[in-house]
Design a binder for this molecule. Structure first.
Ligand SMILES: Cc1ncc(COP(=O)(O)O)c(C=O)c1O
Length: 385
């Protein structure tokens, strides 16, 4: 991609993760062209477009159980829909979320964000007071699983928790991978107390870190899964995919819908999502994600063992990777700047801001991975801890 001055960059973020299949994928562009001649805007879910109905049916069919879908425009929208569904279903106000978790910044979503305090503090007095946080289980920290599940048990003992919200791998929180068994233990516990388990697959899902549903592959049995980012292939669309029994709590609308918005299920966004799913489901894309992810992981693992580079940790799962640098946020920002000057776009992440976060598209070539690794090596040497 190029900036306003014509400088060309390799986008190692895939536009915050949305362009998993690459920017401006021809199949998505063709679908948009066709849809733009048919219908730009319909009446949300009152008189929906055919393509919105088709997208909802397709997502429901992809779900691990009989499902219903609420579409949204952003990841945060999907989280809001999920939180409302849990309240309707359980009639309980409490929400359990995780420290370091990121779910978007609208009021409902920011209230369940355990990410940076700065995101919450100015609004703290207006945020949902029924949210409590447990430590996330980081597979690299000894005893973290027990500590996390212990906190989950204590929260459940309060008796008012109706929703549990978790990322299968914390993305923005610094690419934190939980140990095997964490997600399944969480779903067992949620079931035991009758809480709705909401899995936020907005970053991890749709093959970025494995299958369509990363958490399900990890042995978890969620009640609601939220998708976004890669779903629209670059257009704004998200989905709250709900197990039928849980979704039934919305009842049959016999008057005005109590959860909707003007652009919900926008036909262009839905057409882009249908095309994006075609590409994501193709064996070629899945091979590309695996191969590119492995190439990137190899390159990062080589850098990680060079003590001169000041890397304290490298984590990678598919096309989601984090490089923690010594020197904190000041150094990670300086390295990010140095990388931009060398033609590579990346983002800082992690609660302390010291994790260079990589969520590249699957179209990244071997030469681009090699060029990126060389540039990162040079940038880390140039910016000392
Ligand atoms: C896991 C996760 N959930 C939710 C969101 C919020 O998505 P959006 O920015 O589209 O509202 C993000 C965004 O980075 C995310 O990473």
């Amino acid at each position: 991609m190029a900036d306003a001055d014509g400088n060309v960059y390799v986008d190692m973020t895939a536009g915050f993760g949305a362009a998993l299949i690459g920017h401006t994928h021809p199949h998505v562009v063709a679908a948009l062209r066709t849809q733009s001649e048919r219908m730009l805007h319909a009446l949300g879910d009152v008189y929906p477009s055919d393509v919105k109905v088709a997208l909802e049916a397709r997502l429901a069919q992809m779900a691990p159980w009989p499902a219903r879908v609420i579409l949204g425009l952003s990841g945060a929208d999907a989280i809001e829909a999920a939180l409302k569904t849990a309240v309707l279903h359980t009639k309980r106000s409490g929400v359990l979320a995780f420290e370091g978790g990121y779910h978007g910044l609208s009021y409902g979503a920011v209230s369940v964000c355990g990410y940076k305090r700065a995101f919450r503090e100015p609004f703290a007095r207006q945020l949902n007071a029924n949210v409590c946080f447990a430590p996330y289980a980081d597979s690299r920290v000894e005893g973290a699983l027990e500590r996390s599940l212990g906190a989950v048990d204590r929260a459940f003992a309060r008796g008012d928790v109706g929703a549990v919200l978790v990322e299968p791998v914390q993305g923005r929180g610094g690419v934190v991978v939980p140990p095997e068994g964490f997600l399944s233990a969480l779903s067992e516990r949620a079931k035991r107390v009758g809480a709705v388990l909401i899995v936020d697959e907005i970053y991890t899902g749709l093959h970025r870190t494995g299958g369509v549903w990363r958490a399900v592959d990890d042995g978890c049995d969620p009640d609601i899964v939220c998708l976004g980012k890669a779903l629209g292939g670059g257009l704004p669309v998200s989905a709250c995919v709900m197990r039928d029994e849980v979704a039934n709590a919305w009842g049959d609308p016999d008057g005005e819908a109590i959860h909707t918005s003007t652009f919900l299920g926008n036909p262009l966004a839905c057409a882009a999502a249908m095309a994006s799913l075609d590409v994501l489901e193709s064996p070629e894309t899945q091979v590309a994600i695996r191969v590119t992810g492995a190439r990137l992981a190899d390159a990062l693992d080589i850098l990680a063992v060079d003590p001169a580079l000041g890397i304290t940790r490298v984590t990678h799962v598919g096309l989601l990777a984090g490089v923690t640098v010594a020197g904190g946020v000041a150094r990670s920002l300086a390295v990010m700047r140095a990388m931009l000057e060398r033609g590579y776009v990346l983002l800082p992440g992690g609660v302390a801001g010291d994790v260079l976060t990589l969520t590249p598209p699957c179209t990244l070539t071997a030469a681009q991975v090699a060029g990126f690794a060389q540039a990162l090596d040079a940038s880390l040497r140039a910016v000392r801890p």
